[in-house]
Design a protein around this ligand. Structure first.
Ligand code: ADP
Length: 204
């Protein structure tokens, strides 16, 4: 983030929503994003909003259809472009808003690439030890949101493997002082209440 405006912070004040596919990050992120001064960015949504003719859109289909992560450079580029565009449109104001990142960083290399740009205040780890429950959630979502990567059990299993192998180590990268573990099997309202408790404390 390079800006001539000295009143702007050097790094974006950020909280991360973290968890396996189906843990409820998106549900919580959408609610949080409706709160003034919180700006929700869901990386998967940004990819899905690309047109299929767009080379990045094609890259997304190529990797997500196999349950794999899109390579880091284009992913971070997409993130930066989206944040820039939201700033220009006046939707995000780095001086007053906290970024709520959902689905990024998704591996340690992305976390390192973002470290010069984001100041992470908390990582909300929506933890779900019941894999069957998560798979059920994903399969319900496949119908509701027309998501192809949620429809196929083989791809779901690949995504869960990718999560364990590549994404889970991000928790260690940020460390226990930042990570707040929340039981994702609780009702969404209770998960939200616990997230808001922490946000209220760190904002205050
Ligand atoms: P979920 O968390 O349910 O798997 P997302 O909507 O967050 O779903 O992501 C869907 C797909 O988009 C991922 O499987 C991956 O292919 C791609 N994707 C999203 N975010 C990232 C990221 N930060 N890095 C690489 N690939 C990503």
């Amino acid at each position: 983030m390079s800006s001539p405006d000295a009143s702007l912070p050097k790094k974006y004040r950020t909280i991360l929503l973290f968890g396996a596919p189906g843990s409820g990050k998106g549900t919580q992120g959408k609610i949080l994003g409706a709160i003034p001064n919180l700006f929700h960015f869901a990386c998967g949504d940004a990819f899905r909003n690309l047109r299929i003719e767009d080379p990045m859109g094609r890259l997304f289909i190529e990797y997500s259809s196999k349950g794999q992560l899109v390579p880091d450079e284009p992913t971070i580029g997409l993130w930066a472009n989206n944040i820039k565009a939201s700033t220009v449109k006046g939707e995000f104001n780095a001086a007053h808003d906290t970024l709520v990142l959902d689905g990024i960083p998704r591996n340690v290399s992305q976390a390192k690439m973002l470290s010069a740009t984001i100041d992470v205040k908390a990582v909300f780890f929506l933890s779900c030890s019941d894999q069957t429950k998560m798979i059920e959630r994903l399969q319900r979502r496949a119908l509701r949101e027309n998501r192809l990567d949620d429809a196929n059990l083989e791809i779901i299993k690949k995504r869960l493997e990718t999560y364990e192998r590549e994404t889970e180590p991000v928790l260690e990268f940020y460390g226990p002082s930042l990570v707040r573990t929340i039981d994702a099997t609780q009702p969404p309202l209770e998960v939200l209440r616990q997230i808001l408790d922490v946000i209220a404390k760190i904002q205050g």
